[in-house]
Design a protein around this ligand. Structure first.
Ligand code: NOJ
Length: 565
């Protein structure tokens, strides 16, 4: 039985424009929906848009401001939809454009904004442009929309340079020309099914303006921009220093080295162009950069006033569970983003990283966000410690000024799924590294909604594209609704208080005197204390309005965050 409820309070019209400086996205909590794993109305085992529409009331009741949907566009699904074959249509596994419209209308009715995912660095190899490029000759306009180059070596048998793919292996694949002979090579920073566009070509710019307008005309409130630090490559495509070429997504995505395919200055012109496109539309539409760039001052370049509006704070996501490190990253984030007039964002989980309820239960040295965990990983998370810390981390994050991103299922305290058989794993990272990196399937398993329903309420048929573990029953939403102390009720209470006290629009005033292992500050009339140390910390006077874990008497136990009014 579904316990979804429509919220009784009516929100402001989701499409109202705000006064400059108080645009909705500055303080919004944005919930990431991973469509294939959220809710499946058709019962084919893969989530869909109609499933999302049915379940939206539960997100409104949770208290988030917006949803961001990972790609649902036409795609052969070689990288779960981040390989787009048609940017302006819905893949049949997710439904139709009419299903999208219905979902958007329902979201807006409930006061939720809708952000879609834009993938401009590469298309699918099944995109008509790439098919035309394969059929055309070297040097043709069709090839010039992608990154085709002649190979090196005596007969062009070696790739044009030594760039690695983020997913493992080389970033180049050789094609067979129309006459049957081995020919040029094309660049793919990700899988070979994801050829990189040539952003030096104005035709590509024009096409993406068209795509932006297509979705803006369809009423979306913004875009999350995939690989926003890619797109432009360094002139001459020079080799990269070996040490910058990691063999996992984390190393290759977030390298402090000068990687010739990341963060090239020319990329900013693209976002200035898009900023102008968004400005043609009424209301506050938003661009959010997925740019794995360090340090934070560099990431902040993506959100200068004439570019994007937000950038994911991956430095925050990657910070280990340590009070001094958290204080430092909070300070650095606020300073870096304030420096360009943008709000900081905060995020702990997404579809590319080990869920934070498991990550915080790992020894620190294995806590790298993107590595993935599987049956043969040397370290397994301690789930009790992990969940306790995850709840404390979320309570800390939601008390910070700026905008926060949540990933579906974290409000249930879901752990990473470790015991997935090799043959069910779909992440290209797993396959391209010969299983050395487990990759990201473990955070993508379909959600449990109802403990006693088929597929735990993900659908009515019981099928599920990745198998759900039995333990998901305990985490099912209906087991947590209205249950005091449940992770779901903690999220709800935190989001409610955050909205009431406008914490997202506030500021951090650090408090001294609580010791090295405590993160302590004031925001919105609240004292926020996160005790990461092993010694209990005395509660200050006042009422505890939120506690991430049970408090006994006047002491804040280890790995606990409290909000005191
Ligand atoms: C980042 C996305 O979040 C990830 O899931 C995807 O595999 C790569 N970009 C390639 O599009």
């Amino acid at each position: 039985m579904s316990t979804d409820t429509t919220p009784t309070t009516t929100r402001a019209d989701a499409r109202e424009a705000s006064t400059p400086g108080s645009e909705w996205w500055r303080s919004a909590v944005i919930y990431q929906i991973y469509p294939r794993s959220f809710a499946d109305a058709s019962g084919d085992g893969i989530g869909d848009l109609a499933g999302i529409t049915e379940r939206l009331p539960s997100l409104a009741a949770l208290g988030v401001d917006a949803v961001w949907l990972s790609p649902f566009f036409r795609s052969p699904q070689k990288d779960a939809g981040y390989d787009v074959a048609d940017y302006c249509d819905v893949d049949p596994i997710f439904g139709t454009l009419a299903d999208f419209d219905a979902m958007r209308d329902r979201a807006h009715e409930l006061g939720l904004r809708v952000i879609v995912d834009l993938v401009p660095n590469h298309s699918s190899s099944e995109h008509p442009w790439f098919q035309e490029a394969l059929a055309a000759a070297p040097g043709s306009p069709e090839r010039d929309r992608y990154m085709f180059r002649d190979g090196t070596g005596e007969n062009g048998e070696l790739p044009p340079n030594n760039w690695p793919s983020v997913f493992g292996g080389a970033a180049w694949t050789r094609v067979t020309e129309a006459d049957g002979r081995p020919g040029q090579w094309y660049l793919h920073i990700f899988d070979s099914s994801q050829p990189d566009f040539n952003w030096e070509n104005p035709v590509v710019w024009e096409e993406f303006r068209r795509i932006l307008r297509f979705w803006l005309d369809r009423g979306v409130d913004g875009f999350r921009v995939d690989v926003a630090h890619g797109l432009m490559k360094k002139e001459g495509l020079p080799d990269i220093a070996e040490k910058a070429s990691g063999d996992g997504i984390a190393d290759a995505l977030m390298s402090p080295e000068d990687v010739p395919y990341w963060a090239q200055p020319a990329v900013h012109e693209v976002y200035r162009d898009w900023h102008r496109v968004l400005a043609e539309y009424p209301g506050d539409r938003v661009l959010c950069a997925e740019a794995w760039v360090e340090p934070l001052e560099k990431a902040a370049l993506w959100v200068r006033s004439d570019e994007m509006h937000q950038a994911f704070n991956f430095s925050y996501l990657s910070t280990p569970w340590s009070a001094p490190k958290l204080r430092a990253v909070i300070d650095e984030s606020i300073a870096a983003f304030t420096g360009v007039g943008a709000p900081s964002t905060w995020v702990l989980s997404n579809h590319d990283v080990v869920r934070h309820a498991s990550r915080y239960g790992l020894p620190e040295h294995t806590a790298g966000p993107n590595a993935g965990i599987g049956p043969n990983s040397p370290d397994k998370p301690d789930l009790e410690i992990g969940l306790r810390r995850a709840r404390a981390a979320t309570a800390l994050m939601l008390s910070l000024p700026g905008s926060s991103y949540l990933y579906q299922g974290e409000e249930l305290g879901l752990p990473e799924v470790i015991e997935l058989d090799d043959h069910v794993r779909e992440d290209p990272t797993f396959h391209r590294t010969g299983g050395e990196a487990y990759g990201r399937d473990g955070c993508r398993v379909p959600l449990p909604w109802e403990a006693d329903a088929p597929a735990f309420g993900f659908n009515g048929s019981g099928s599920s594209w990745l198998p759900q573990p039995e333990v998901f029953r305990e985490y099912a939403r209906d087991r947590q609704e209205g249950v005091e102390g449940s992770t779901l009720e903690l999220y709800r209470a935190a989001l409610d208080l955050r909205a009431q006290r406008e914490l997202g629009l506030g500021s951090v005033e650090w408090l001294d005197g609580y010791g090295e292992e405590v993160v302590a500050f004031r925001n919105g009339g609240l004292t926020v204390l996160a005790n990461l140390g092993s010694t209990p910390v005395e509660l200050p006077s006042g009422d505890v309005v939120l506690a991430s874990n049970a408090i006994d008497g006047r002491a804040i136990p280890t790995d606990t965050t409290v909000w005191v009014a």
